[in-house]
Design a protein. Structure first.
Length: 167
């Protein structure tokens, strides 16, 4: 059982160099949730992003994976189950766009879901009515999401929508 002072000391050590996942520190397994919540606080995420050496290393998660290997007789085997570290929540890449006519609006957002998958979220409706809808499309990469966003922009402009600034 760790004391409160030991946990706070670990947090201070992480704040000095936020390049590792504090919740995976050996000996602090019982406090994993508390340490994860500490790392994911907005002010701590900003500190991790601002850290010069490895700006996104604190924004990682462990994801299960199955590695493939080929046996001597040429068969592919997929019985090696393990974990890989993947980056998540690249907030600096999120994009919001809005288009409007005199009666209608259309929005598009490039965001990530909780698993790090890039999503193109579209929503549309009437400015003076409550009617509208939305759609989310999972993209295979950030670049594909950007390409889809440029296609949406061209289509909106062809249909007479004006681009609006999003706050």
């Amino acid at each position: 059982m760790k004391t409160h002072e030991e946990i706070e000391g670990l947090k201070e050590k992480w704040l000095a160099s936020p390049t590792w996942n504090i919740e995976e520190t050996k000996g602090f397994e019982k406090y994993k949730l508390e340490l994860l919540l500490f790392r994911m606080k907005p002010e701590n995420l900003e500190r991790a992003l601002a850290f010069e050496d490895q700006p996104y290393s604190a924004l990682t998660a462990r994801q299960p994976c199955i590695s493939q290997r080929t046996t001597a007789d040429g068969y592919n085997r997929s019985n090696n189950i393990g974990w890989k570290t993947v980056p998540i929540f690249q907030f600096h890449k999120f994009i919001n766009r809005r288009w409007q006519t005199d009666k209608r609006y259309y929005t598009a957002e490039v965001i990530q879901d909780l698993f790090g998958t890039w999503i193109l979220r579209l929503s549309w409706g009437g400015l003076h009515s409550k009617k509208g809808s939305w759609q989310e499309k999972a993209m295979s990469s950030y670049e594909e999401a950007l390409l889809s966003l440029t296609e949406v922009d061209k289509r909106r402009q062809r249909r007479g929508y004006c681009s609006m600034k999003r706050s």
